[in-house]
Design a protein around this ligand. Structure first.
Ligand SMILES: [Zn+2]
Length: 465
């Protein structure tokens, strides 16, 4: 059947065919660098990471652009409140953002352009929109005339009476924005302090939406394959971007629009006032490891709301432990002669994984295929063992899946933690009178150079010198 995406523009599942065979150009709206991104932001960014990784798994070369919004109402207000220059303020949060990407094992995009470095490109687009009758000046600011763009409202699927042509909106805190002509260029006012550009359009700064039109077309050209974001970007941000870019280019610029659903926390919208607002750093402080956070945020289909709960985090941790235990069992499996079972199990799992991912990135189905494989192979390990060749095949298969999932490699824990964990497992085995298992664990510890001593006060250990 091949790869299929649900296109927000048509609300239909469409077969994916890139403009240029073998190559995918992808634009993903990035963070506004005025604070640490919250886990709802990371849900969207991780969906995009999964998309990118799966496209690469399918053999496409990918060029991804993720912009950084480093000038808008919020960044300016926040930097002025602290009394430091805008660039100094946003640099702090850009740095934190890239640290987070590393923590969560993102496959990095090819370009991370910053808005403040592309004001010239924005001015050029606005000049053409003015010339072609899509924009007008009022009080030193420049607005986009939505009535000049046929089909405005198509992406968010508005009904005609939901449009208010002629009403003007200047804010770029998008939660507050309403349907209406929106600002492309904002004349300087006192609130902006020393943040302004002197341009042929006058003294001022760009609106938020024009940033993405300028940076997407600069790096990807005026036709590209996929544009993504969270559902709250559909309107006004993406609809306004579409109106700007398509009017500028004279034809549709984006072929497929993909949007991820909201993240809820314990069933409620995340908000600082409800006390259920979490950044990545908050979860790390609570003791959750990055792969478990990554797992929890990508394991629900991107088109479904994700209800983030601490119970769910614990389940994610358990699921990962099963996957890591499995990899250890493969490594330690007793030697057996090569059979056909492992090859068959891999074949079946790979096929299902790909079928599910091809179907608009159905990650839950893809993960089910992985866990079925683990269960089946564990049964083989217990009954027969594995041949060295089979171990190698399993390793390669998991490595291939991990190029998509990004959480199958167990993070290296300090030797103390690892030893404590193995000792706890050995004590469990002993109390269940599973002496074969407890001997196996003792051997494993010995191989690590750990000497055990069982005392009435519990098991003590030391490292062999
Ligand atoms: Zn954007």
């Amino acid at each position: 059947m091949g790869l299929v995406f649900l296109n927000t523009f048509t609300r239909k599942k469409e077969a994916f065919a890139p403009l240029e065979p073998g190559k995918v150009e992808l634009y993903t709206c990035g963070p506004t660098v005025y604070d640490f991104p919250h886990i709802g932001n990371y849900r969207t960014f991780l969906f995009e990471d999964l998309l990118r990784r799966y496209l690469k798994y399918k053999g496409f070369s990918v060029v991804q652009v993720m912009n950084l919004t480093d000038v808008d109402d919020r960044t300016i207000a926040a930097s002025r409140k602290e009394g430091i220059p805008l660039s100094e303020y946003t640099a702090r949060y850009s740095k934190a953002f890239f640290e987070d990407l590393k923590t969560l094992n993102f496959d990095l995009a090819e370009h991370y352009p910053a808005a403040t470095e592309h004001v010239g490109e924005m001015v050029e687009i606005i000049q053409k929109l003015l010339k072609d009758g899509y924009a007008y000046e009022s009080g030193g600011s420049i607005y986009y005339k939505i009535s000049a763009f046929p089909g405005y409202g198509t992406l968010p699927h508005f009904k005609p009476d939901e449009l208010k042509a002629g009403a003007r909106v200047a804010a770029d805190s998008y939660e507050k924005e309403e349907v209406g002509d929106f600002a492309l260029w904002k004349a300087w006012d006192e609130k902006d302090g020393d943040v302004f550009w002197e341009t042929p359009l006058g003294k001022g700064r760009p609106g938020w939406h024009i940033e993405c039109s300028a940076m997407s077309m600069k790096y990807l050209g005026d036709r590209f394959d996929i544009h993504t974001g969270g559902v709250d970007n559909i309107f006004p941000h993406h609809e306004n971007e579409r109106a700007q870019s398509d009017a500028f280019a004279g034809h549709p610029v984006v072929k497929y629009w993909l949007h991820s659903e909201h993240l809820l926390v314990e069933g409620k919208k995340m908000s600082k006032s409800l006390g259920n607002f979490y950044t990545l750093r908050d979860l790390l402080t609570k003791g959750f490891a990055p792969p478990a956070i990554r797992y929890a945020l990508i394991s629900v289909h991107y088109r479904l709301p994700l209800n983030f709960t601490f119970e769910g985090m614990t389940a994610a941790r358990g699921a990962l432990e099963r996957l890591y235990d499995f990899q250890r069992s493969v490594k330690n499996a007793k030697e057996a002669r090569e059979g056909v079972e492992v090859g068959h199990a891999i074949h079946k799992a790979r096929e299902t994984f790909e079928q599910e991912m091809d179907d608009d990135l159905n990650i839950s189905g893809a993960l089910a295929a992985l866990f079925d494989f683990v269960r089946e192979t564990n049964r083989l390990i217990i009954s027969y063992g594995l041949s060295p060749k089979d171990k190698e095949k399993i390793g390669e298969f998991l490595c291939k899946l991990d190029s998509v999932l990004g959480f199958l490699k167990e993070p290296s824990v300090s030797i103390d933690l690892q030893v404590e964990k193995l000792i706890a497992q050995r004590n469990d085995a002993r109390s269940q009178k599973d002496f074969a298992r407890s001997d196996q664990l003792r051997l494993e510890l010995e191989k690590m150079g750990i000497i055990l001593e069982d005392t009435p006060q519990g098991t003590k250990w030391k490292k062999r010198l």
